[in-house]
Design a protein around this ligand. Structure first.
Ligand SMILES: [Mn+2]
Length: 160
């Protein structure tokens, strides 16, 4: 199954619309939203009518009732989804990888840095970057991951 991964839209629903109109988003069956801000995850749910697995970002505190970290089992993959600020991702993804290992997750998804990150390994670590406020390029970004049974995910970074 193909999942879309987005983060840090910070209320820019126009950027989310552009993302959803991208051909790469056409056959996505579920979305992961890594936080900042929670309302945007609700917008995604509303306009796509797809499941949106979501967590709170640092800018969602204290309004959001969302969890900080969620585990999602999709096929034979287990994804640890979190915004990342609680794991010190501005410094390193080491704590995030440790948390994923402890939870037997093979994929860790985070946001917060607004910088896309893709590291395929024992734990595959993904950051889709910010769809609205990128710090690593002039155009925002998101990811599409193809989750195949028994294989590493096939992940594409897409600039909008
Ligand atoms: Mn943040």
């Amino acid at each position: 199954m193909k999942i879309g991964i987005a983060s840090d839209s910070h209320g820019d629903t126009n950027a989310l619309d552009v993302m959803l109109q991208h051909p790469a988003a056409a056959d996505v069956e579920a979305w992961l939203f890594a936080g900042d801000i929670a309302m945007d995850a609700e917008y995604l749910e509303m306009v796509t009518d797809l499941p949106v697995i979501k967590v709170a970002g640092n800018n969602d505190w204290p309004m959001s009732r969302l969890e900080d970290t969620v585990l999602a089992d999709l096929g034979d993959h287990r994804i640890l989804l979190t915004h990342g600020h609680l794991y010190g991702v501005n410094f390193s993804t080491q704590n995030l990888v440790l948390a994923a290992r402890e939870q037997a997750a093979d994929i860790a998804v985070y946001g917060h840095t607004h910088v896309a990150d893709l590291s395929i390994g024992e734990v595959t670590v993904l950051n889709p970057g910010s769809v609205a406020r990128p710090r690593d390029a002039s155009r925002g970004s998101f990811m599409v991951a193809d989750l195949v049974q028994g294989q590493k995910p096939v992940v594409k970074l897409i600039r909008i």
